[in-house]
Design a protein around this ligand. Sequence first.
Ligand code: ADP
Ligand code: MG
Length: 265
Amino acid sequence: MGRIIAVANQKGGVGKTTTCVNLAASLAATQRKVLVIDLDPQGNATMASGVDKYQVDATAYDLLVEETPFNDVVIKDTTGGYHLIAANGDVTAAEIKLMEVFAREVRLRSALATVRDDYDYIFIDCPPSLNLLTINAMTAADSVLVPMQCEYFALEGLTALMDTISKLTAVVNSELKIEGLLRTMFDPRNRLANEVSQQLKKHFGDKVYRTVIPRNVRLAEAPSHGRPAMYYDKYSSGAKAYLALAGEMIRRDELALQTVTPVDA
Ligand code: ADP
Ligand code: MG
């Protein structure tokens, strides 16, 4: 069954969208079936996937508010080789309209119930705030992947996010797990970054991915060319890092599988 992973951090500009798009493309390149759901009205993940947010017929708004069937909303042709639920300014209205509807927190979970088996991985790109859209993402998800920059207030922000997650867990999704913490825009020459990185490993142990995403200009340029970094400059350190992250994720999943399915001697 497909795993649903919310990519979240209430801080903006930490690499949520970059991670969604590039990790999804890397997994899709290994023949995994991947879906990206853009829940940010800015539509950055949509544009970075080569889909013009101003030209789309339907978005996450239709899926969540209008209850348009998934198959009428999903876009199968992206530059990253994954499927996409797009977002644009309309999704801002979803945030407000959702207030009025029945079972407003579980809209996304219901919309995905019948299609999750069609995918190996479903990534939800969350907006940088804790609104009903993020709550829908956390309610639908099995786990949360947290991209973060190793800077001075990073741990404080992380504590706030963990707090939110445990509160939500208590109310709407008792199964929600931490998928992993991802160090993004990392500069190994920066002493503070290394210190924060050490603290992170001390607090969160092997929840911290071994793979580190370096600061790399190709990752920042690729979205304006409407494609993930691996299809913009496959030799860039950014593209390679996200491929490595995909490998780490697959290995973790295989290990988890081995521990639940005993192999016959
Ligand atoms: P968020 O979705 O959390 O707001 P983004 O993924 O949009 O963050 O990243 C914020 C900005 O930083 C974007 O302009 C993006 O292109 C850039 N960026 C993200 N990751 C990296 C990286 N590893 N190296 C260089 N620039 C990056
Ligand atoms: Mg974003």
